[in-house]
Design a protein. Sequence first.
Length: 156
Amino acid sequence: MVSDGEGNKKDKEKDRKKRQHVSIIARPLAGKRLCKKTLKLVRRAAQNKQLRRGVKEVVKAVRRGQKGLCVIAGDISPIDVITHLPILCEESDIPYIYVPSKEDLGGAAAQKRPACCMLVLLNPVKGKLEDEEKQGFMEDYTDVSKEVKSLASTIY
């Protein structure tokens, strides 16, 4: 049986290894707490069908004027695949954040493959949400987007 100290050391080592592969241009990079909140928001958006997955879908949605939060994996190689996304998001006034691991991002979106980027939409693609569900989602969304905007303002 693993004691709390050993488990905690393993978690820290795992987190350090994830952050080791993050690209140098991945700014603003979510800290451990913000990363958990962001992945929780992605998980909730996937359940509610409020998610665009992959570079092509995200770019298309942003160009069509859909609003939301862009979540980008920081360990993408080659980085050229996603370098245009932050510029596109800034032009459209869409907040964006980098998370350390593409595997974690894909897992949060309920898919087996790693994901390089996602756009968490404000409204579902089809249908409507119940009031309780929408209120809970919007609370999480505003909390995360507020932290992302404050983090982005301190970097630039």
